[in-house]
Write a protein that binds this ligand. Sequence first.
Ligand SMILES: O=C1O[C@H](COP(=O)(O)O)[C@@H](O)[C@H](O)[C@H]1O
Length: 260
Amino acid sequence: MSPPQLVVHRDKELMAQAAAARLITKVVDAQASRGYASVVLTGGRNGNGLLAALAAAPARDAIDWGRLDLWWGDERFVPEGDPERNVTQAREALLDSVPLDPKRVHPMPASDGPYGKDADAAAEAYAVELAKAAGPENHAPVPSFDVLMLGVGPDTHVASLFPELPAVRETERTVVGVHGAPKPPPTRITLTLPAIRAAREVWLLAAGEDKANAAAIALSGAGEVQAPAAGAYGRSRTLWLLDAAAASQLPRSLYPPASP
Ligand SMILES: O=C1O[C@H](COP(=O)(O)O)[C@@H](O)[C@H](O)[C@H]1O
């Protein structure tokens, strides 16, 4: 487990721009050393803000988009093209404007897809897709993602791992269906903590006042069942990217006040 490091930016716009710049560097470096990169996208306001900032970044074309594998950390289990789907929002924010290789883009199944309304079967199929992409050297039946991003919800949820729901307790499977999520829609698909922890780097994104309490709880030693964000860490790095509003309730030992 790699202990959390914090980077606090002035506001959410700057946080999104800085995170986008960081992601460009990470992907370019991975492509230079290995030939390709793999990234797990998150939904939510902060994740989409980062993608929009990436779309607007002049350096975005330093990325070889055709050699980038994209996966998702979670999905709302609604029909294809539904505006609530994380992939729909990601396409609008960035993906439709860059030359990705469609074979390397791996959205989670929709509720009108081959598994119909069966979110558990759809989750299992995604686990199989991940396992096929994993190499023997990988640390779990998922690829060694270079960067796995997670938006932190106001209730400390990450991906679709909500406090106290069964998915956050999963220790074997890499992807599960979620039923009765407290945030709509209630049916979802999510990577589990073991899959998340197989990533080289996990970046948690938290901007805005409504994330302040969640960040403070998750970073103050809470258990992962009560505060799923506390259980999300990467093998080499766990990075919390915050804005000042989201950092405003952190203990001073973690985020000392700025010098005058
Ligand atoms: O529903 C979801 O919420 C979280 C956080 O979203 P935010 O709008 O509060 O930032 C997101 O990370 C997750 O992917 C998504 O499905």
